[in-house]
Every structure is written in structure tokens, then in C-alpha cells.
Design a protein around this ligand. Structure first.
Ligand code: HEC
Length: 260
């Protein structure tokens, strides 16, 4: 019987609260979800903050795209320190948390450790991109938010075991193809009736890991490449998706093992 029970418990954040849809027959499966509710909330908060931090790094790269693509200058001054300042500003504006004061803020230790690690990994990716972005005489160098995001995600996962991934329903990069869980969330985000910016998360019924999907929306910057006319090639050589301003544009997927 038990193997027919739902493996995951579906949770949804509403107004900042995690609301979990108790699966059918949950009384029988309750031995799997022995985790205290506040631990689930903390884990969900950590996953959400990691998604916001990765997306903030993407947004900072996006804000500097014209500078990065300037063929007339070599040194761009987009150093890891400059990037970090902009990243922390962006994150403070979006999450209301100042990572500069991380030791004084009330967050679980693990959350602090992972956020600091993600800042470090993001700076490392900027550090390693210096030669690439400081090349003179070339305009577009291919260093874009998605490339930054993939490099950061891969390194962060290797270091921490926490999986971060950028995904979309029709991904350009096959490595970003959604799995079934991600696809279901992306389809929910794509529904125009779905509440804006509400993450979708679920805790494995054996409490081993939390999954979270953080929705992304098309800003004017994104439309340059992902906008219209649909099918026409953007400057990265991919056909445009035909997205319009504000439309759902994919998600950041987080898989956070609970024991790490
Ligand atoms: C300069 C062009 C460009 C801009 C601007 C841009 N993207 Fe992309 N985007 C790409 C490319 C190219 C890829 C595939 C990168 C790769 O090969 O991994 C991509 C990948 C993605 C992915 C991962 C899924 C996939 O298709 O592989 C998401 C999600 C995404 N972009 C969302 C956005 C959003 C949201 C914005 C605006 C904030 C944006 N992009 C801005 C070119 C762009």
C-alpha cells in the first residue's frame, strides 16, 4: 500500500507563509513527516533566499551588460568587489537582508553559511571572467546572466550539495530541461491567473530534502533576447521565444538536502 502513497508533500508560499497541502491518506504516511513545522519553514526560507541571491547576481550582470559588451575599452572595472557591492545592494532591496551584517541577523547558521558561500562562489565566477570581459575590440562576449548563473550553480552544487538550476518550459540549453516537478511548477507559473512571485515548494515526505521553484519574469532587458519577433535570432544566435513584458520566463530551481 505504502508505495502508492504520494512521495512528496505539496507546499505553497502564500503571503510569506508556507502552506502545505496534506496529501490524501496523510494519517497513514505521517510517520514520514516527523519534521517540526518550524524546521520546514526555516529550510524553505533558506532555499528561497538562495534563489533570490542567485537571481540578484543574474540581475547585476544584466545591469552591466552594456558595459561588459563595450568593444572600445579593455578594463571594465567590473571587479569582484564592484560586483559584490551591487549584489549585496540588490539582495538587500529584494530580500530585506543585509549580508554585510550577516552575523548579527537572525537566520539559522546553515542559512548564513550557504548564503556566504553563494556570495563567494558568485564573486569567484566574476573573478575568473575578468580576462574574458576585459577583452578589447570585441563587443558581445557571451557573458550574460544565464551563463553567469550556470557557472555559479554548478560550482555551488559541487561545494555544498545544494542544487541550484535555471530552468524554463522550452529551454535553450538542454541541460536546463525541467524534470517533472519543475515542469509542473513552470506550468503553474505560466498560467496568467497564478499569483505573481509566489514560490512553489515541497518537502520530501521522508523529510530528506526540500524543493523550491522561484519564478522569473521577463523584464525589458530579457526581451532583447527572449522577446519578439518569435523565431528571429538574438545576438547569442538562439531563436527568440516571443515573450512579452512581465510574462513568466522560467524559474530558479533549488533542491536543498535537509541534513546538510
Ligand atoms: C543577451 C541575451 C539574453 C538576455 C538579455 C537574457 N537571456 Fe536568458 N538566456 C540566454 C541564453 C543564450 C540562454 C542559454 C544559455 C546557455 O546556453 O546555458 C538563456 C537561458 C535562460 C534561462 C535558462 C533556461 C534556458 O533557456 O536554457 C532562463 C530561465 C532565462 N534565460 C531567463 C532570462 C531572464 C528572466 C532574463 C532577463 C532578466 C534573461 N534570460 C535575459 C540569453 C539571454
Amino acid at each position: 500500500m505504502r508505495r502508492h502513497l504520494p512521495r512528496m508533500m505539496a507546499c505553497l508560499t502564500v503571503g510569506g507563509w508556507l502552506v502545505c497541502a496534506v496529501p490524501a491518506l496523510s494519517a497513514e504516511s505521517s510517520e514520514h513527516s516527523a519534521m517540526p513545522f518550524h524546521t520546514i519553514l526555516e529550510t524553505e526560507q533558506t532555499a528561497r533566499l538562495l534563489a533570490i541571491l542567485l537571481d540578484s547576481g543574474r540581475a547585476v550582470v544584466n545591469d552591466n551588460q552594456t558595459l561588459l559588451d563595450d568593444p572600445s575599452r579593455a578594463e571594465k572595472g567590473f571587479t569582484p568587489e564592484v560586483f559584490e557591492r551591487q549584489l549585496l545592494d540588490m539582495f538587500r532591496g529584494r530580500a530585506g537582508i543585509d549580508l554585510q551584517d550577516i552575523e548579527t541577523i537572525t537566520l539559522p547558521q546553515r542559512s548564513k553559511r550557504l548564503l556566504k558561500e553563494l556570495v563567494g562562489v558568485s564573486k569567484g565566477v566574476i573573478e575568473e571572467s575578468q580576462r574574458e570581459v576585459n577583452r578589447q575590440g570585441t563587443g558581445f562576449k557571451g557573458f550574460i546572466p544565464a551563463v553567469f548563473g550556470s557557472r555559479v550553480a554548478t560550482r555551488f552544487t559541487a561545494k555544498t550539495g545544494v542544487r541550484l538550476k535555471q530552468t524554463a518550459l522550452t529551454p535553450r540549453n538542454p541541460a536546463n530541461r525541467p524534470d517533472l516537478y519543475e515542469q509542473t511548477a513552470l506550468e503553474a507559473f505560466a498560467d496568467s491567473a497564478y499569483p505573481r512571485e509566489k514560490v512553489i515548494s515541497e518537502m520530501a515526505s521522508n523529510s530528506s530534502a526540500l524543493r523550491l521553484m522561484f519564478p522569473l519574469y521577463a523584464t525589458r532587458h530579457c526581451l532583447d533576447c527572449h522577446g519578439g519577433p518569435k523565431g528571429s535570432l538574438d545576438r547569442t544566435g538562439y531563436p527568440r521565444e516571443g515573450l512579452v513584458l512581465g510574462q513568466s520566463a522560467g524559474a530558479i530551481s533549488v533542491l536543498l538536502p535537509v541534513t546538510k
